[in-house]
Design a binder for this molecule. Structure first.
Ligand code: IPM
Ligand code: MG
Length: 356
């Protein structure tokens, strides 16, 4: 049976890194009987330039119909002055909402070969394996009211709303608790329950679900600012970190640097069982290095691996792709973000060589 993967290369380095993931799919089709058909569509700024819209309705419909979507990156200075609802980023938020991928899994894993690439000392990051479970379709990213109001006399008012329902909290917490079974069983939930009602509700609902259905999970709660500090102080104390949309965005970028480079971190956004997942590197479009062939394709290829695991029914090939990335790093291949001179293509080739 054939499965379908929709590629949305997007902007900046997105097309360059996604091209390497496409090669990995082609290799696995030829060498490992993967049987995944690849489609591609315009997305983000590239779609704005062509159609005026960061994501067309037809692309959203395809994204909901295929087995998995692999996104590259969106945004760039060219579109930074557009109104909010027609920015490249709005296309991504629309896609996440339409696909109802409410749980964003962001593993921050330190590959052995990169233990010295972090700004932290080796002893703090060696063997690091944190999994962020970030709520992705709610919170301040989507809350109403929102907007910029003109108050007259040159005064303006910007509004965003942080809002969570118990259902939104429980369904993402459930994902974290289920994943904890296959790991150390530890979940740390991060919020600001000391100043935000939505944070207090978050803490209460997470605890209630744990007590009712997951008594074996070792649940702790931490204020998000303290979590930010603890992540650089003693990152290995964490296993799963469960948090909301905004704190998850910030804390996962912070944790990325513990692993050596933002260019290494993949993510998987999943919703109800059986629905397609959305896979994306956590890095952005990096306009400063776009078009130079210098971007690190590892995050994209590792995102594809997560797609193989969670949406394409091939966890065995996910393991192989992850091992291939690790082996390429062991062999000393380093893109610029990792302090080397390898091109995007060189890194892709080194990974493909492991998948022959
Ligand atoms: C991420 C990105 C996005 C986010 C942007 C591009 C909308 O930073 O996936 O981490 O804030 O969610
Ligand atoms: Mg981010």
């Amino acid at each position: 049976m054939t499965k379908t993967l929709l590629l949305l290369p997007g902007d900046g380095i997105g097309p360059e890194v996604t091209a390497e993931s496409r090669r990995v799919v082609e290799r696995l089709n030829a060498a490992a009987g993967l049987g995944v058909e690849v489609e591609e569509a315009l997305f983000g700024g590239a779609a704005i330039d062509a159609t005026g819209d960061p994501i067309e309705a037809a692309t959203i419909a395809r994204a909901k119909a295929v087995d998995a979507v692999l996104m590259g990156a969106v945004g760039g200075p060219k579109w930074a002055n557009q109104p909010f609802d027609t920015r490249p980023e709005a296309g991504l938020l629309k896609l996440r909402a339409a696909m109802q991928v409410f749980a964003n899994l962001r593993p921050a894993l330190c590959f052995p070969a990169l233990a010295d690439a972090s700004t932290l000392k080796r002893e703090h990051v060696e063997g690091l394996n944190i999994l962020f479970v970030r709520e992705l379709t709610g919170g301040v990213y989507f809350g109403e009211p929102r907007g910029i109001e003109d108050l007259g006399g040159g005064e303006r008012r910007g509004v965003n709303t942080q809002v969570y329902t118990s259902t939104e909290i429980r369904r993402v917490a459930r994902v974290a608790f289920e994943l904890a079974k296959g790991r150390s069983g530890k979940v740390c939930s991060a919020e600001k329950s000391n100043v935000m009602e939505s944070g207090l509700l978050w803490k209460q609902e997470v605890q209630k679900l744990r007590d009712a259905e997951y008594p074996h999970v070792e649940l702790s709660h931490m204020l998000a600012d303290n979590a930010a500090m603890q992540l650089v102080k003693a990152p290995k104390q964490f296993d799963i970190i469960l948090t909301d949309n905004l704190f998850g965005d910030i804390l996962s970028d912070e944790a990325a640097m513990l692993t050596g480079s933002l260019g290494m971190l993949p993510s998987a956004a999943i919703g109800e069982a059986g629905k397609p997942g959305l896979y994306e590197p956590i890095h952005g479009s990096a306009p400063d290095i776009a078009g130079q062939g210098a971007a690190n394709p590892c995050a994209s290829i590792l995102s594809l691996a997560m797609g193989l695991r969670y949406s394409l029914g091939r966890p065995d090939l996910a393991d192989r792709v992850e091992a291939a990335v690790s082996a390429a790093l062991d062999a000393g291949v380093r893109t610029r973000d990792l302090g080397g001179t390898a091109t995007t293509r060189d890194m892709g080739e080194a990974i493909l060589a492991q998948l022959a």
